[in-house]
Design a protein around this ligand. Structure first.
Ligand code: ADP
Ligand code: MG
Length: 695
């Protein structure tokens, strides 16, 4: 076997490994849990735990960890060794079913939005058997959900699993109505494309802003940026290529099907894409992808930046969330061949369109983060308006439906829904609109607003839930009717008419779209803080409650955590700016000004009456920018102090956005102007040109 297939999945306790290592009946029972969500008995857990431990120990694991995803958006792990003293000074390696199923980490330091009072600091982790365990760095990683003593979700996995169940339940109802009596489960699937930057580690380490905030807080544009379009899909440098090889191998060992790699638009920017899998596993895998990027980069003396906007004026990074629904037999967003299949496809397609139209602010919310505010709705990025791109053929069909083609459908013998022959859509790669935030790409939707650092859990919780909700309404109506075809036609036409406005095939980056969207009545929620505010609208709380995804308390807690994260992130950035300006930029500037002033004096002392006006002008200019920067620095400090005093977290987050962020910009401007005047030898840290081109 060649190397890739040999190493693929070697560190994963996969279904194949379980089948090989578990007694037949245990495997069968476990499979029922995996496939149908049936409860796992302690007896089965005991057998699985023992087999898992033996397998892990063979892979040289000494520890195990309940790996979970707290609301920081990162992952958390605490490692316990398998050792069990035998009483005679020796140890054996032990791992029980109970240890597999449940953990009780001291969880008082994770964000909980007030869900867990400090007197009840315990949190519980529960094994998620639907995502395979794996060995990494000598530890057995067990994917787990994390919740409070009273069962509230404290993590990003629990609600995702709940949303998967919700959409499965409603989609299965629809399939039943279409005559499918076998399918028991519909799975939401995701392939998240990950963008990132790679910089030289030594240069990275000289920038406190990158170290503390993951993005540059100062920096003038270099003479060359991305204007030549010479990086996108360009030849990959050897250093980067050797990084990518090792990165791929690490992922393959973890069973992550890393498929595509290429250079992205910005200099030093790259992308990887895996082959899609269930939203649950894809989310876990994407966390591992981000973690592996950073670790492997470090081994190659590189620093990986996952931030949404590491450089002002240069393309930022996102995460394209390719999403679909499927059964074990078919992709439900794949257009079919027969009219019957196409009617079913159209139902799921229109349900998704309606869900996006109806709940656009929730999707916007799912992409809200301080980093993403530089991409969405900012000066140099696409607007934060949610619209759907369908491509020419589908738009045409949707147009026909809108114009009443469905009501003219009288032919009850076949399910053509009035659209005579739905064409079999070729997966036309050219038929793409890269500017659309939500694009149908042949057999899936691609949600492109997600930020590169974000967990894809949030966007998929929203997608699954909103689509479940529309499917539910459709199923409710269809289950009551005698006339399936007629009612279905009516529903589809109604949903299309109600949500036609959200379909937009034009250039989403064109400024005229903003006015057009406003005329259409589409929401344009420009900032994350405003998006976060919408989370607690009663209609949204009811939606999440209706599908068992979030209880009201869980929504409010999450909203608070998002506000908090927003405020804290900007606070760190502001403090970092203050430090860099005070201790690096201003002293360097002063030194340079003095050095020029000294030379002016020296020249004058040698050449009586020499014209030193040009040199003096430099001193004057530097001096005036110094004064401007000092003033802006004081203003930033006083603004911070004022904002610190705001008690209500939503108000505080808004003040960070609208006041602190402004003050930060005001400090950045004179500093960036100084960078363009002060001599290179005096400038305290590497410039954009160094960072982007010296890799
Ligand atoms: P691109 O969008 O770059 O042209 P592809 O269309 O091949 O690339 O796929 C992009 C991503 O979409 C990949 O991760 C792929 O696995 C994923 N994808 C393909 N089909 C589905 C599906 N049914 N559900 C979810 N993701 C999918
Ligand atoms: Mg894509």
């Amino acid at each position: 076997m060649e190397r890739t297939s040999q190493i693929f999945g070697t560190n994963v306790f996969s279904e194949a490994v379980m089948k090989e290592r578990l007694p037949k009946d245990t495997f069968k029972k476990l499979k029922k849990t995996l496939d149908l969500g049936e409860e796992l008995t302690p007896e089965v857990a005991e057998v699985v735990a023992s087999a898992m431990k033996d397998w892990a120990v063979e892979k040289e694991a000494t520890h195990y960890t309940h790996w979970f995803q707290p609301m920081t958006g990162r992952t958390a792990e605490k490692h316990d060794s398998f050792i069990e003293p035998t009483g005679d000074g020796r140890v054996i390696m032990e791992f029980s079913g109970k240890q597999l199923i449940q953990g009780e980490p001291d969880a008082s330091s994770f964000p909980n939005g007030g869900l867990r009072a400090t007197f009840e600091a315990r949190g519980y982790t529960a094994w998620d058997a639907t995502s395979p365990a794996f060995v990494k760095d000598g530890t057995l990683y067990i994917p787990t959900a994390f919740c409070s003593y009273s069962g509230e979700a404290l993590d990003k996995k629990t609600p995702l699993l709940r949303s998967m169940e919700a959409v499965s339940k409603q989609a299965v109802r629809i399939l039943r109505l279409f005559g499918d009596n076998d399918t028991k489960k519909v799975t939401s699937t995701v392939g998240p494309e990950q963008e990132y930057f790679l910089l030289d580690k030594r240069l990275y380490q000289e920038r406190k802003d990158l170290i503390f905030s993951g993005r540059t807080l100062f920096g003038a544009l270099p003479p060359k940026g991305q204007e030549l379009d010479d990086h996108y899909f360009g030849s990959i440098k050897e250093r980067i290529s050797s990084f990518m090889k090792e990165f791929d191998e690490e992922l393959w060992k973890l069973g992550i099907s890393s498929k595509t790699k290429h250079n992205e638009v910005a200099p030093a920017q790259h992308e990887m894409a895996p082959i899609f899998t269930t939203t649950n596993i894809a989310t876990d895998h994407n966390q591992l992808v981000m973690d592996t990027l950073i670790k492997v980069a470090n081994r190659h003396d590189l620093a990986c930046l996952l931030h949404e906007k590491p450089f002002a004026g240069i393309n930022g990074s996102g995460k394209h969330n390719n999403w679909s629904l499927g059964t074990d037999k078919m992709n439900l967003l794949e257009p079919g061949v027969t009219p019957h299949e196409n009617a079913q496809f159209l139902t799921f397609l229109v349900a998704t369109i309606a869900a996006v139209g109806k709940y656009a602010p929730l999707l916007r919310l799912s992409a809200a983060s301080p980093g993403n505010d530089h991409r969405l709705g900012a000066n140099e990025a696409p607007p934060a308006i949610i619209s759907i791109f369908l491509g020419e053929q589908l738009t045409d069909i949707i147009n026909q439906i809108k114009d009443g083609a469905l009501t003219s459908c009288t032919d009850q013998t076949n399910m053509d829904l009035g659209v005579k022959t739905l064409p079999k859509f070729p997966k036309d790669v050219t038929d793409r609109n890269r500017t659309s935030p939500f694009a149908f790409t042949g057999n899936k939707f691609e949600f492109r607003m997600v930020g590169s650092t974000m967990s894809v859990s949030g966007p998929n919780i929203v997608l699954n839930t909103i689509v479940a909700d529309v499917l539910r309404d459709i199923a409710d109506e269809l289950e009551k009717t005698e006339d399936f075809k007629g009612t279905l036609s009516e529903i589809i036409e109604r949903l299309v008419k109600e949500n036609f406005n959200v379909i937009f095939d034009g250039d989403g980056y064109d400024p005229s779209w903003i006015d057009e969207a406003e005329k259409r009545g589409l929401p344009n929620i420009k900032t994350s803080v405003e998006a976060i505010e919408t989370f607690s609208k009663p209609e949204y709380i009811k939606l999440f409650e209706r599908h068992g995804v979030f209880a009201e308390g869980e929504v409010l807690a999450r909203q608070e955590i998002m506000f908090e994260e927003y405020a804290k992130t900007i606070n760190i950035e502001a403090l970092t700016m203050i430090q860099i300006a005070k201790r690096e930029i201003l002293p360097a500037t002063l030194e340079y000004a003095c050095s020029v002033a000294d030379s002016v004096a020296s020249i004058k002392s040698v050449v009586a009456g020499a014209d030193v006006s040009a040199q003096s002008e430099v001193v004057e200019k530097v001096n005036s920018l110094y004064a401007q920067a000092s003033k802006a620095l004081s203003k930033l400090e006083s603004t911070l102090e004022k904002v610190h005093a705001i008690e209500e977290i939503g108000e505080q987050a808004k003040a960070y956005k609208f006041e602190v962020f402004e003050a930060m910009q005001a400090l950045r401007e004179p500093c960036d102007a100084l960078e363009e005047i002060v001599a290179e030898d005096f400038w305290p840290f590497p410039t954009y040109g160094d960072l982007l081109f010296r890799v």
